[in-house]
Ligand binder design. Structure first.
Ligand SMILES: Cc1cc2nc3c(=O)[nH]c(=O)nc-3n(C[C@H](O)[C@H](O)[C@H](O)COP(=O)(O)O)c2cc1C
Length: 413
């Protein structure tokens, strides 16, 4: 593989699906982070998307032949080097054909051969990922599903296709995951986040709104970005993830559960609690609500509002007999107040953030654990912190899950 200062070496296998054009965007995302990318294309892929586009974006030759007329890499046995040198291998899009060939040990072209030559350890580490793309009937075909199950059992990871408009003109499941999602899965695989398959995670995000009258509200500046990112990383780690969202300033996944007030958020948390293993309360809930809400808009020149405390969701949760692993947030410049909250609300972990974090792109958190351990993190973007947090929580959960009170409440999936 050509030399150069690169942070991560990715091998991208592109196979014969219409979605092959989306692989160009994946390359762009990787190159933006200075990853070195080598592309291997199948013959069918070359019919559907231009080799030159990949060559230009990666700045490298594109490997296509098992017996190339001219060697494009310096090594004598190219397919072995291609399989062993990269940090991570992604097949995007992955056809039914390449999945079937690998599941049955067929090595009849460059990509299929190098997939068989990947060291087992890399597969076990979850660093070989497939992003399937195909017509819905193909994806649901039991032969394809059996092949996927067989490879999953061996440690290959699948970034499941989404529902949407397919190249064949119908709407259904089989559309390749978006390049940004595939890139996030790669980052997670490289971060060695422990797998959370069969674990159920519930994340709250955004800000709650307490009505003063039919048009006015009490709220705060939380954007909801951090909770959305935390939920995304739990899902990437394999957890069955639910997101409960108040008002937010960022796009939400389609299956997010929407609430407005703190009371509604408390009710939604209570509804899903019996089947939750990990609860991350990232939402900025209003601490106070008007003691009375006017039925009509206030017009008075001066207004004195009487406020009362909103329901304390964490205390309600901690009182339960079999609480999940509990993670809370404290937006406060005092670490002592965060420590008090950790103790009084029986949390397993609290993330203490300075008040400037609200609505900002960055976060400078300190993690305080129930055990008394303190971990200061450097200033991070919210997506980067979300990934780190999910890693810490996954380790905590896996260590604690020997305790009867923290055994998984959901079946392994
Ligand atoms: C226009 C076109 C689009 C195709 N799209 C897909 C697809 O999305 N998924 C798939 O599994 N096969 C698709 N196929 C079929 C594959 O290209 C075919 O099975 C081929 O043998 C795959 O070879 P490969 O896996 O070596 O790339 C498509 C074929 C054509 C002609």
């Amino acid at each position: 593989m050509p030399a150069g200062i690169k942070t991560v070496e990715l091998l991208l296998g592109v196979t014969g699906s219409i979605a092959a054009y989306k692989a160009l965007e994946l390359v762009r995302l990787c190159r933006r982070d200075n990853w070195g990318v080598t592309v291997v294309m199948t013959r069918s892929a070359c019919r559907l998307v231009g080799v030159e586009s990949f060559r230009t974006l990666t700045g490298r030759p594109v490997a296509r032949e098992l017996f190339p007329r001219e060697r494009i890499f310096s090594s004598p046995v190219e397919h072995i080097d291609l399989a062993t040198r990269p940090d991570i291998i992604v097949i995007a899009p992955a056809t039914a054909n390449i999945i079937g060939k690998l599941a049955h040990g067929i090595a009849d072209d460059l990509l299929a051969t190098l997939l068989l030559a990947i060291p087992e350890e890399k597969v076990r580490q979850g660093r070989v990922l497939f992003a399937p793309a195909m017509n819905e009937n193909m994806w649901r075909n039991r032969i394809v599903q059996n092949n996927v199950a067989r490879l999953t059992e061996l440690g290959f990871r699948f970034i499941l296709p989404a529902e949407g408009e397919l190249a064949c003109g119908v709407t259904g499941t089989g559309r390749m995951a978006e390049p940004a999602t595939i890139f996030a899965h790669c980052q997670s695989a490289l971060a060695n986040i422990p797998r959370l398959s069969g674990v159920s995670a519930l994340v709250t995000t955004g800000r709650t709104e307490e009505p003063i009258d039919p048009v006015r509200i009490i709220t705060n500046r939380s954007s909801g970005l951090l909770g959305v990112e935390i939920a995304r990383h739990f899902a990437i780690a394999g957890a069955r993830t639910r997101l409960i969202a108040g008002a937010v300033s960022v796009p939400l996944p389609a299956d997010a559960i929407r609430v407005r007030t703190t009371r509604e958020m408390a009710d939604a948390v209570a509804r899903f609690l019996p089947e939750t293993d990990i609860l991350v309360m990232c939402a900025a809930v209003a601490d106070y609500q008007p003691a009375e809400t006017a039925g009509d808009k206030y017009h008075a020149k001066q207004l004195t509002l009487k406020l009362k405390r909103t329901p304390d969701i964490l205390t309600l949760v901690a009182r339960r007999k079999n609480p999940p692993l509990l993670v809370g947030f404290s937006l406060d410049n005092s670490l002592n107040r965060a420590k008090d909250k950790l103790r009084h609300k029986h949390l397993d972990l609290i993330v203490a953030n300075p008040v400037e974090t609200a609505g900002s792109e960055m976060i400078k958190p300190t993690l305080l654990f129930r055990s008394g351990r303190t971990q200061r993190l450097p200033e991070l973007t919210k997506p980067d912190f979300a990934r780190e947090l999910v890693k810490v929580v996954a380790q905590l959960f896996n260590n604690n899950s020997e305790q009867p009170s923290l055994r998984k409440k959901t079946k392994k999936g």
